[in-house]
Structure formats: C-alpha cells, structure tokens
Design a protein around this ligand. Structure first.
Ligand SMILES: [Zn+2]
Length: 389
C-alpha cells in the first residue's frame, strides 16, 4: 500500500539495554520459529496447539542489539530485520495506546507462558496474519517471501489491537450479542492501527499531500483495514467502509461475516476523526468555518471547487495542517480510549460504544463533538445510546 513502502525508524520509550536479544523485553518476545505450523486452524480458528513455543523446536538465533542497545543496524530484507521490525511495531503500538489509556496493559497468556510471542515469519500461514491467546503470527502478502506482513505496521497494529481491546473491554460475551461484539472488535482493531500509523510523521505528510488536506476522501488512512479479512482467508479482501450503512451489510450478518459487518462503525468513527481535524483547522484559522461546514462526506467526490479551495489553503501552510491532524489524532484516541474503558464489561454493541463516545467527549471536551459523533453514527444507521451522567 502506498505510504507504507519505506522502512521507518521506530523509537521506543525504553532505556538503552532494556530490550534484550530476541528482541525481547519484560512482556514481549520475538520467536523466529522455523517450519512452524500455525497455532490455529485457518478456516475455523480452532486451536491446534498453543504457546509457549517449545524450547527444542527449530528457530533462528535471537537478534542482538548493537553496543548502544539499539536494533537500527539491521539490513532490510533479512530475517533479522523482520524480527526487529515486528518487535518495534508491536511495542510501539502498545506504547501509544497505553499512553492514551493511562495504564499499562496485561496481555493474556497461556499457562506456563512467560512472554507474549511475536512470530514474524510463518510461510504456512500463506496470505494471512493471525492471533490468539498469547501470540500474533504473520504470513506474507500474496504468499510472496519478499512481502512479509510482519513488516507492515498496519497489519501488526491490527493484530496487536485485538489484544489491547481484549485487555480493555474484556472477553467476547456468549449468546446473541457475540456477533456484534466481534464486529466491533474488528473495526476497533483497525482504529487502533489508524491512530498508531498517524503517529508517524511521514504517513501524515504523505496523507496530506495525497489529499491536499481534505480527508473526506478516499485515501491511505481511509483505506486502513481494506487489506484484511482473516477469517475469510485472504488479507486483501477489500471491504471499503466509505458509504456503508448498517442496512447495506445485513447480508454479512446473516453470513456471520463480522469483518464486513463492522465497516459502518469504522466509517462513522473515521468521520468523527475528520470532523475533529477540521475543527482544529478552523480554530487555527487554517480554513474558514464556512469551508469546514461545506466539506463533508456527501460532497467529497462531487465538488471540485471545494477540493480546489481546500488545496489552496493547504498549500499556504502544510505544517499547520499536519499539526492539526496530530492534535486531532490525539483527541480522537483519548475519546476512543475512554469510551472503550466505559464499555467494560461487554457486550460492545455499536450503539453502546457510540453512546460511550458521546459520554467520553462530555468528560474530556465538555461535549464539543457530541453533535458530530451522534450525526456520524446516525448516518450509518447507528443510534448512539445515551446514558446521561
Ligand atoms: Zn482482526
């Protein structure tokens, strides 16, 4: 996917020496297993075996840090680079979200397992990435050995997102609510990823260049998650969320396809992010409030003049737009973090999480975005369930 092709340097909030050979730290560990069979059956998700990966099983040697305790000396295209990249991406996503959640998360493990396993290269997974209790493991795009999914921040962030959400919201409930809960988790894992990738300056710059600052459009961020659909097999199943309402995905519900069923929720949440971003632009006087009002999803494709006007404003101050997007991302992440914490214990139905976003906004921003949130979800057929404080 464009915008993700170049290796990025990842800085972690760990003192030099805190990350040991592996890489591994107190809670995460890369296990560069060789000839490994997937832990779960691809078609059904049934566990065939579980972590911890046994000591005697074949694996590559742990990757060592350099004398300064860093891993940035590794050459792209080598298994050692894959191992370090997987660790960096997973640890970085955890760092980012623990910052917004305001606490350190405990990742669920199996009995006798000391650390959460990151398994970078599992050719037998084919064109897939997969996770389960105590691990994430990665195949290859198009099953091509030169395209390891473990080096794609979006894919790693989505899989780690599952574990973050499990730690925050709790387990999938039994019974009728299970389906919608799982559909929400799929959408939410994409939001975990979206927020994480927007912490990379180059992604922000590329996104704004591509859209001339107007994010109500098809772009690299709005396409997060399109390349993923684990249970239905191939990752690149493209289920765009752009115009999806709940009524449009009723068939997915009947088929039990919770990836597709989560798209309207994801679309509404993305729109909330864009509205927050535009309100930052207005407050910084980078665009007029009139232009922000005229810009919406409905007018995204049609109005060429609108796009030109946005582009003109963007050209005047690209750095200002980038700064607005960074602040909007932080506001959006704080809203999500608090809403998800309020959703524990599940079920995380769409209406309930949307209602918790409204409540979180009342707490964090005095209700500034309440109308925006209600409207974005209502347009997708999701009525935010309100619970007055
Ligand atoms: Zn998923």
């Amino acid at each position: 996917m464009r915008g993700f092709e170049l290796p990025r340097l990842v800085r972690l909030a760990a003192p030099p020496g805190a990350i040991a050979a592996g890489p591994r730290d107190g809670r995460l560990q890369v296990v560069d297993a060789l000839h490994k069979a997937p832990y779960r059956r691809l078609a059904t998700g049934e566990y065939l075996w579980r972590p911890p990966y046994p000591r005697g099983e074949p694996r590559r040697r742990p990757v060592r840090p350099n004398a300064q305790g860093h891993f940035d000396h590794l050459r792209p295209g080598t298994p050692a680079f894959s191992a370090a990249a997987t660790f960096a991406a997973a640890a970085c996503v955890l760092d980012i979200w623990e910052h917004y959640l305001g606490r350190r998360l405990r990742l669920r493990l199996n009995p006798r397992q000391r650390r959460f396993e990151l398994i970078p290269r599992v050719p037998r997974l084919g064109d897939n990435a997969y996770s389960g209790v105590g691990y994430v493991e990665f195949g290859f795009a198009d099953a091509d050995p030169r395209q390891p999914y473990c080096e794609n921040l979006d894919v790693v962030a989505h899989e780690v997102g599952h574990h973050i959400l499990r730690a925050v919201i709790g387990r999938t409930p039994a019974g009728e609510a299970a389906f919608e809960h799982q559909a929400h988790v799929e959408a939410a894992a994409d939001l975990v990823s979206l927020v994480a990738v927007l912490h990379f300056d180059r992604v922000v710059a590329h996104l704004l260049e591509q859209t001339r600052g107007k994010l109500h459009s098809r772009n690299v961020a709005s396409r997060i998650g399109e390349f993923r659909s684990e249970w239905s097999g191939r990752l690149e199943a493209r289920t765009a969320f752009h115009d999806k309402r709940l009524a449009d995905v009723a068939r997915a519900r009947r088929k039990g396809d919770f990836h597709t069923y989560g798209r309207p929720f994801l679309g509404a949440a993305y729109e909330v992010l864009v509205e927050i971003y535009e309100s930052h632009l207005v407050r910084r006087e980078l665009i007029s409030s009139r232009l922000a009002r005229r810009s919406s999803r409905a007018t995204a494709r049609s109005r060429r003049a609108l796009r030109r006007e946005f582009g003109g404003r963007y050209r005047l101050n690209p750095d200002g737009f980038a700064d607005a997007l960074r602040h909007a991302t932080a506001d959006f992440a704080r809203l999500l973090a608090l809403a998800w914490q309020r959703t524990r214990p599940g079920p995380a139905t769409f209406a309930r999480v949307a209602g918790n976003l409204v409540a979180a906004d009342r707490r964090l921003a005095g209700g500034r975005y309440g109308r925006v949130i209600r409207r974005a979800f209502a347009q997708r057929g999701i009525a935010a369930r309100s619970r007055r404080p």
